[in-house]
Ligand binder design. Structure first.
Ligand code: NAP
Length: 297
């Protein structure tokens, strides 16, 4: 393998330790813990796993975790009333509604009900707008985590060609905005892009956020490029495996022969998402108290 491995797991552990230090300083300064409220509607097994691991990580960082479990058939009015209570609760600095919601609930309406100052997922249109015009707000955790890994690996991104594959509101679009703000020249590719391999071959930085197992191949990559694989895809079980393997959107073995640096799946972007959620929650806490956010948070 020619590429350097970008160790998201180790980076995330360092970030979590730093957040833990600042969380303790927050308690010393304000006499209370920073708090994250997580709302889960229904019993989607993957969502239950995510919510549990977020709760554990919040506690481990020295912050308070408030879990609200609502039945799958809860009404929009019930959910919106809960969000209203959390918006008004001074012990709650961040509010996260675990997606996807059951089909009868309107995700945009629910996200819009969260106070933008507690929207630590960065999904509210006010925070998307702040990112677009260069104001400080909350940036979605996964692309912000990717950006931290890229700047740690490459330093100044000015003038670099970046290709983001995927244009979702939670990954692709904010990723493109962050790269643009860092002075990269950004192309956003998607399912209608003509000749995707040729577009990707121009890139010094490739961010794949597609949801298609091993779509990006070795011969798409410019030698030396940095490759960030956001995808999490479970393959069907093979050779008597109980569960299929987890793979990214990048064919790791062949791309690693050409790239200069690459994130693995698992152990790359995934661990960054929760670490950045902790970071965003603590940033919200300092701001909600009207205090200056520590520089290195
Ligand atoms: P999404 O909302 O489904 O968006 C996928 C994007 O990929 C869309 O813009 C789509 O284009 C594009 N696309 C689909 N097929 C394509 C193809 N063949 N060629 C080029 N573009 C194609 O997905 P998402 O929420 O952004 O997530 C993307 C992946 O990241 C998923 O595997 C997800 O599990 C993973 N993810 C990981 C984390 C983490 O913590 N590591 C967090 C979030 C998501 P159109 O817009 O034209 O449809």
């Amino acid at each position: 393998m020619a590429a350097q491995l970008i160790d998201g797991k180790a980076f995330a552990a360092t970030l979590r330790a730093r957040v833990g230090g600042h969380a303790a300083a927050f308690v010393a300064r304000t006499g209370r813990q920073a708090g994250l409220a997580v709302v889960l509607v229904g019993h989607d097994p993957a969502s239950e796993v995510y919510v549990r691991s977020k709760g554990k990580a919040v506690l481990a960082a020295g912050m308070a975790s408030f879990e609200h479990l609502l039945p799958a058939d809860c009404s929009a009015a019930q959910l919106l009333a809960l969000i209203e209570r959390l918006n008004a609760d001074p012990a709650v600095d961040g509010i996260l509604v675990q997606l996807p919601l059951p089909a009868h609930l309107d995700e945009q309406q629910v996200i819009a009900a969260i106070s933008p100052d507690k929207d630590v997922d960065g999904f509210h249109v006010i925070n998307a707008g702040r990112l677009a015009v260069g104001l400080s707000g909350f940036v979605p955790c996964t692309p912000l985590g990717c950006m931290m890994l890229l700047t740690d690996q490459l330093g100044d991104l000015s003038g670099m060609e970046a290709v983001v594959i995927g244009r979702s509101n939670i990954v692709g679009k904010p990723m493109a905005q962050l790269l643009t703000a860092a002075n990269a020249t950004v192309t956003v590719a998607h399912s209608r892009t003509r000749d995707l391999p040729a577009v990707v071959r121009r890139a010094d930085i490739v961010v794949a956020a597609v949801g298609r197992p091993e779509l990006v191949r070795g011969d798409w990559i410019k030698p030396g490029a940095a490759v960030i694989d956001v995808g999490i895809n479970r393959l069907p079980p093979a050779n008597g495996e109980a569960k299929g393997r987890l793979v990214g959107d990048v064919a790791f073995a062949e791309v690693a022969e050409v790239a200069g640096a690459i994130t693995p799946v698992p152990g790359g972007v995934g661990p960054m998402t929760i670490a950045v959620l902790l970071r965003n929650t603590l940033v919200a806490a300092w701001r909600n108290e009207g205090l200056e956010v520590p520089q290195d948070l």
